[in-house]
Design a protein around this ligand. Structure first.
Ligand code: DGY
Length: 326
């Protein structure tokens, strides 16, 4: 692999860089702690054979038109909605991703946000900083309990299953789910029940979103959906912000259509500091850190590198979105 040049579009964990260097790749890493500007990304990618990229890189039609020479695109993320996969496939470029590495980290984030929202934790933490902790007030700051409630999972993949396990184990929650295809194994393991979207909305006390972003999931949590949810419902999203309509979510919280929300992803990102959601008592927001553990990020970097190494060695990739091009 002496002559193959890999462009890393961000400062990624060393585990991935080390693997690539040991395998003999010529590695160039963008050294700034921010995404490359699109012109720089295209200019740099033109000089490389491989792109080691992530969700903030726009690998759209325009990019692919300019960089159709790439041998492989290896994405450091489970989601790949930033990549025009149909176009990459048409050009014969395989796209790698890292689906197995951040499952626990992201499920923990979803579970943590649920707890934080249900007990107003972020809001009350902020109130201490603002000097508002005065005395014990028996009838103030009241959250809600999760024991024996119903959890509705939207998108029962790896992360959704782990979130369901946490909620069942900790709170004996009943599990409903809505996903593209029913999952009999999960039903057996979790006692989960497949329901249509409407039923998920009107029977769940908590709805946790774990789907990928695509044309069928974009904006599905909108006014019509929030209107059908229970007034005590907590909406949790750790997948992609574009799955919910943020204006409609804000309105649903303001009007009491739903009770609370926990968001690791927002629409748009980054969320602006004056966003009204940040001042709401029953809302907890994080800056898209679902996979941000040392363990997950190291594994993700390693898998991103392994996809590249295996592609050149054996024309195989352990995790590929469009295997038909291999
Ligand atoms: C992903 O992998 O898609 C997460 O959103 C970021 O790690």
């Amino acid at each position: 692999m002496q002559n193959k040049k890999v462009l890393l579009t961000r400062i990624f964990p060393e585990s991935g860089i080390k693997s690539l260097k040991e395998a003999g790749f010529d590695v160039t890493a963008w050294d700034k702690d921010r995404p490359m500007k699109q012109d720089d990304l295209i200019d740099q990618a033109k000089k490389h054979d491989v792109l080691f990229c992530t969700l903030t890189d726009q690998i759209d039609k325009e990019f692919l038109k300019e960089c159709s020479h790439l041998d492989i695109i290896s994405q450091f993320a489970v989601g790949y909605d930033n990549i025009d996969v149909a176009e990459a496939t048409r050009l014969g470029i395989p796209v790698g991703f890292t689906p197995d590495d951040l499952t626990d980290a992201t499920a923990d984030t979803a579970f943590g946000l649920l707890l934080a929202a249900s007990r107003k934790m972020f809001y009350l933490h902020k109130s201490i900083i603002e000097g508002k902790w005065e005395y014990f007030r028996p009838n103030a700051n009241l959250g809600i309990e999760l024991k024996n409630q119903t959890l509705g999972i939207f998108g029962l993949g790896r992360i959704g299953i782990e979130m369901a396990k946490r909620c069942k184990g900790a709170y004996n929650m009943k599990i409903l789910y809505h996903t593209r295809k029913p999952k009999p194994e999960a039903e057996k393991e979790l006692g989960a029940k497949y329901v249509d979207f409407e039923t998920l909305l009107n029977q769940s006390d908590v709805i946790s979103v774990h789907c990928s972003l695509n044309d069928s999931t974009r904006g599905v949590f909108n006014k019509a959906a929030f209107d059908k949810m229970k007034p005590n419902a907590i909406f949790v999203n750790t997948s992609r912000g574009q799955v919910h309509n943020e204006t409609d979510l804000t309105e649903a919280l303001n009007s009491g259509k739903i009770w609370g929300a926990g968001l690791d992803v927002t629409n748009p990102e980054p969320m602006q500091p004056d966003n009204p959601l940040l001042s709401m008592e029953n809302v907890a927001v994080l800056p898209h850190i679902g996979s941000a553990t040392v363990e997950a990020r190291n594994k993700m970097a390693k898998t991103t590198a392994t996809n590249i190494i295996e592609f050149y060695k054996n024309k195989k990739m352990p995790y590929v979105v469009n295997p038909e091009v291999l």
